[in-house]
Design a binder for this molecule. Sequence first.
Ligand SMILES: Nc1nc2c(ncn2[C@@H]2O[C@H](COP(=O)(O)OP(=O)(O)OP(=O)(O)O)[C@@H](O)[C@H]2O)c(=O)[nH]1
Ligand SMILES: [Mg+2]
Length: 298
Amino acid sequence: MPSHSGSDIKPTIIAVMGATGVGKSSFINTVSKCDRLPVGQTLDSCTKDIDEVCLEWGETRTPVMLVDTPGFGDSSMSDSEVLRLIAKYLVTSHRTGTKLSGVVYMHRISDSKVEGGTRRNFRMFQNLCGSKNLRQVVIVTTWWDKVEETLALQREHQLKESGTLFRPMLKDGATLMRHNQGYSSAKAVLDHLLSERASISLKLQTQLVEEKRALPVTDAGEILNHDLIQNARRCMDRLAEVQEEWKQAKNPAIRKLLEEERQDLQEERKIIRKQIRTLSKNLNERFVLWRILSAMGF
Ligand SMILES: Nc1nc2c(ncn2[C@@H]2O[C@H](COP(=O)(O)OP(=O)(O)OP(=O)(O)O)[C@@H](O)[C@H]2O)c(=O)[nH]1
Ligand SMILES: [Mg+2]
């Protein structure tokens, strides 16, 4: 079924996103009935760049391109770098008029808690999509085999009902589906997305291309900035406190501890500065971020 023909008809695109290790590449391999995409064998993240698999779908042999993306929460790449890669791909396809027909967001049902990072990634995904066209968005839960059924159903219910997780997107038209690693559950996702042949623009595409915004000031980029700015603020506040405590301290042992903490905070400050440089590759973007941070003395 995978096709690499030089057909002139532009394929319709389906992008697959989600945290690292949820099974994005495995899903694409299963539905395209090929094993072209490398799949993670260790705890380390596997996909490092955007990758594409072409296939012809259904009796009409509709050309479809499945787009694999690196996972958020990657062990070797920051979430900003992942968002940047996805944004670059979406902008290029928007400019070249390639039809985006759907987005799949994968979530592991076996995760016992929805940690802060997962929540933030989902919020970023939500902001990347916006609230229009959500009929072409499917949230797919994976890893059903690794959790007892009653517990998995309970978790699915919580995810569906939580106002800070899936409920807002489902209310606006997104669909929740399950994938059990088999072909039929993967096919159901594609059938759903391709049934209407709809072409959509995501909010991130509109903000970057039509509104000409810099990535850090798009709704999705701001979710990442928010954390970065909070971290910068916490680091600066603690640094000021440590300097004050050091001045007051008479005991050499306490002064030594405070000096060590000051050095750690300076290191942290360097890391945050590096993250800002990665997040904002062009001058305009960097200017926006530095303006916010310099206002707080960073
Ligand atoms: N038990 C179980 N394992 C799964 C499932 N889906 C994927 N896996 C395994 O999970 C590992 C990671 O799968 P990938 O498809 O590489 O995950 P990914 O989302 O592409 O990960 P990144 O590329 O790191 O973002 C592989 O060993 C898969 O075989 C599932 O539903 N159940
Ligand atoms: Mg992958």
